[in-house]
Design a protein around this ligand. Structure first.
Ligand code: PLP
Length: 391
């Protein structure tokens, strides 16, 4: 096929793409060039919060596209201010910085933490993150990512990053010095294999950061914007982050990233100290506003939690021990079968699921998915797993 040849000739080979061209999307369904229908339980890797062709989202984007798409941060941007207010009031009452991706949000958070301590005259610049974490692909976020495979070939890496074991408080204590500026944590590790943080560990970690004047940076790039059944995953616990990073679901498919920081910390990004040409532009923030308006409607998040429990129950009935919260669920596939092979067979049968570390399958469907659609997806999965003799 000509187009696939062009893909090989003109695109860098950094992705192992599957050769399917999707041509149309509607709700939780995608249709390929041959008209084959797929139920999407991956949602562009936890991005397409409201599914495809959502009337409200589509209308907001089309209307804005007929007007100003972009104006730059040399000027005030009304929807950027509005989105900042919604996110702030629904989290830590902090201040916002907008960018375009998860990596950029985490990069900004790392810079912000260093700048904050610098402005206080303190020499605190080190970060502790966790093994199996994933925080992005820029040099600093790649270094924060606790998986050596992503760092190979890119050395020397920036200084000052150390890795603790998730859910092992002593492993964190051992790494803390008087130079520790921040601890970066996913509430549920996404790329690492849907590994949830434990309640007790998080409580102790939070206390530790309060005692040692360390900023708690919660990476909600994948878990945020309703994915776990709360607006932010940290809200399932009794803690308050100093910095929250966002991207993925916030734009429902339109690129946007954001950092929320407590006021005093946010204020250390003084004029000219950080920026982004596109960050928080009209198109992106008008879109984010309509995503947030949908998600914050009465009962929406409660339904996400219910649908998540329903999905977990169906997976348990198949004999798995599902991990995760809301509509961010993972299961481990037995060692003799590769999760990627299960994913490919599901695709043949018209179901899109993801894979994550530790030979796991990952379910992050659009948050608008209905119970009947979840049932339909699990029936396809059951068929595939029966064929593979996994169940
Ligand atoms: C928790 C987390 N942080 C950061 C990132 C990086 O986001 P992006 O790919 O938008 O740079 C990801 C992407 O998967 C992620 O899951």
């Amino acid at each position: 096929m000509e187009l696939l040849k062009d893909a090989e000739n003109y695109l860098m080979p950094n992705y192992s793409r599957l050769n399917i061209f999707f041509e149309r999307g509607e709700g939780v369904y995608l249709y390929d060039a041959e008209g084959k229908k797929y139920l999407d339980m991956l949602a562009g890797i936890a991005v397409n919060t409201l599914g495809y062709n959502h009337p409200k989202l589509t209308e907001a984007i089309c209307e804005q596209a007929k007007n100003i798409i972009h104006i730059s941060n040399l000027f005030q941007i009304k929807p950027q201010i509005e989105v900042a207010k919604i996110l702030s009031e629904n989290s830590i009452n902090g201040k916002l910085f907008f960018c375009n991706s998860g990596a950029e949000a985490n990069e900004a958070a790392i810079k912000l933490a260093r700048k904050y301590f610098h402005s206080k005259g303190l020499n605190k610049y080190e970060f502790i993150s966790f093994k199996n974490s994933f925080h992005g692909r820029t040099l600093a976020t790649l270094t924060a990512t606790g998986q050596p495979k992503y760092q190979e070939g890119f050395k020397p890496l920036p200084e000052g990053f150390k890795y603790a074991e998730l859910n092992d408080i002593n492993s964190v204590k051992e790494l803390i010095t008087d130079k520790t500026a921040g601890i970066i944590l996913e509430i549920i590790q996404g790329e690492g294999g849907i590994n949830p943080v434990e309640d007790n560990f998080l409580k102790e970690l939070y206390q530790l950061t309060r005692e040692k004047d360390i900023l708690l940076i919660v990476d909600e790039v994948q878990t945020g914007i309703g994915r776990t059944g709360k607006l932010f995953a940290y809200q399932h616990f009794d803690i308050e982050p100093d910095i929250i990073t966002l991207a993925k679901g916030l734009g429902g498919g339109v690129p946007i990233g954001a950092v929320i920081a407590k006021e005093e910390i946010g204020n250390s990004f003084t004029s000219g100290s950080h920026g982004s040409t596109f960050g928080g532009n009209y198109l992106a923030t008008v879109t984010a506003k309509s995503v947030l308006e949908e998600i914050l409607k009465d009962g929406f998040l409660e339904e996400v939690r219910e649908k998540g429990e329903f999905l977990k129950d169906l997976l348990s009935e198949l004999g798995f021990k599902p991990r995760g919260l809301g509509l961010m669920i993972g299961i481990t596939i037995p060692e003799n079968i590769k999760a990627i092979d299960v994913m490919k067979l599901c695709l043949n049968e018209g179901l899109i699921v993801g894979v994550a570390g530790n030979n796991s399958l990952r379910f992050t469907p659009p948050l608008i998915i209905e119970k009947d659609e979840i049932k339909e997806g699990i029936q396809i999965l059951k068929k595939v797993l029966t064929k593979l003799k996994v169940i």
